[in-house]
Design a protein around this ligand. Structure first.
Ligand code: HSE
Length: 437
């Protein structure tokens, strides 16, 4: 049978991995897809270097528009990254009737609504398994495997760089800056490491997960995003003592007529499988009303793990491209006409538990005052301890965990607590999620 002809834009780590796996597993892939899948054209800046990698039977151009305008191509795989040029290329490919596979989470988080609308109009598919959690087939699981469920929440470790940093900080007691330098030396961090450490990369992925979990448009603009750069080793230690680990969690949770969409360092119980996800690994936990909690684990980045997802999409598109567009899996899992423009709650309205660390004067009544303010705010304390006394010190630290409350309520209570003369520094405040069934 005639091969499905693919054009690759970008020949970085993922592009090269895709070529390698397509070639190595050619027979297996053809047996699954029903026809060969062949890369016939590549666009990349350094043409001579690329030609040496891809061989003489693949055309190489410096101009990525050569790929999207090549009418012999059936699928454009956008593996270049960036948002503005990538948007133009993807839209032009769609208008030209080509299917698209993209690993570009930023592109979809920012321009997904426009891109999916254009694809629906043109009757083509835009597949994006590699955009979230690298090699883990989480898009497939959410869009298809869990299709019977009302999804209640999704909580994921979807950025390997920050997970590596947090693991090293916990295991070695090292500070953030030192471990970031190590992560960069190992090549984990994005080109702009602030995308990783400030939580932006995880928020792009959370935005996509929320859209397909709840059937809503992508709303990156409404996501609450916090990174890990201010996290202190002391809090990682105290959390551990209380039976928790700190992870940069991407959370999408359904609330009544609204959703929470947030990324921030989060305490999670050490006994949850998700807490054992260490180093650059990724994992996503999904709670569906019928299935309960499910967990998806694997490599979230890297040449061949990401290629695994790119090729899964190439095979899907190859199998389905002759199907009537109405009988394909909808881009955002729900029929476009059935998408719900759900409100994203502002962070002040989010319901969560808290970890608090308070530096206080070591004198009678301090704890009672703090407990009184929390009680008046209807915030229930779940656990509490005071740091061991240090000889000659007149200050100490109180660490406490609370039950769930609305974040705005906690903030108002903290203003009162921080105004106490015995509370000596602004509180350290982290969110905590139980992730229970
Ligand atoms: N920088 C990302 C990470 C790569 O650390 O997970 C995969 O998107």
């Amino acid at each position: 049978m005639k091969a499905m002809r693919v054009g690759l834009i970008g020949l970085g780590t993922v592009g090269r991995g895709t070529l390698e796996v397509l070639r190595r597993n050619r027979t297996e892939i053809e047996r699954r897809a029903g026809r060969p899948i062949e890369v016939v054209r590549v666009a990349v800046r350094n043409v001579a270097r690329a030609q040496a990698i891809v061989g003489s039977d693949v055309a190489v151009s410096a101009d990525p528009f050569d790929v999207v305008r090549d009418d012999s191509i059936g699928i454009v795989a956008e593996l270049m990254g960036g948002t503005e040029l990538a948007r133009e290329l993807v839209l032009e490919a769609i208008r030209g009737g080509k299917h698209v596979v993209t690993a570009n989470k930023a592109l979809l988080a920012l321009h997904g609504n426009e891109i999916f609308a254009a694809a629906e109009q043109a009757g083509v598919m835009v597949a994006f398994e590699p955009a979230v959690a690298g090699g883990i087939p989480i898009i497939k699981a959410l869009r298809e495997g869990l299709t019977a469920n009302r999804i209640e929440w999704v909580a994921g470790i979807v950025n390997g760089t920050t997970n590596f940093i947090l693991s090293e900080m916990r295991e070695r007691g090292a500070g953030f800056d030192e471990v970031l330098a190590q992560a960069q030396a190992l090549g984990y961090a994005e080109a702009d490491p602030s995308f990783d450490v400030d939580g932006v990369d995880a928020a792009h992925k959370a935005t996509i997960l929320a859209a397909i979990a709840f059937g809503m448009p992508v709303r990156f603009d409404a996501a609450h995003v916090e990174g890990i750069s201010r996290l202190q080793p002391a809090d990682i230690r105290y959390a551990e003592r209380l039976g928790y680990r700190i992870k940069l969690l991407a959370i999408a949770r359904r609330r009544e007529d609204a959703v929470e969409l947030r990324v921030h360092p989060t305490l999670i119980p050490a006994r949850r499988l998700l807490a054992s996800v260490e180093g650059p690994m990724n994992a996503v936990m999904v709670m569906g009303d019928a299935v309960g909690t499910t967990l998806y684990y694997g490599k979230g980045a890297g040449a061949e793990p990401t290629a695994s997802s790119v090729i899964a999409d190439l095979v899907d598109v190859t199998r389905l491209h002759t199907a009537d567009p109405e009988h394909r899996v909808p881009h955002l899992a729900f029929q476009p006409s059935a998408l719900d423009d759900l409100k994203v709650l502002p962070i002040d309205a989010v319901l969560t538990s808290f970890y608090l660390r308070l530096r206080v004067a070591d004198q009678p009544g301090v704890l009672a005052e703090i407990a009184r303010i929390l009680a008046e705010a209807h915030i229930s304390i779940d656990a509490l301890f005071q740091r061991e006394p240090v000889e000659g010190e007149t200050q100490t630290e109180i660490i406490l965990l609370t039950h769930e409350t609305i974040e705005g309520n906690m903030n108002r209570a903290l203003v009162r607590i921080e105004a106490l003369p015995t509370v000596l520094e602004p509180a350290i405040r982290l969110r905590l999620e139980q992730l229970a069934d």
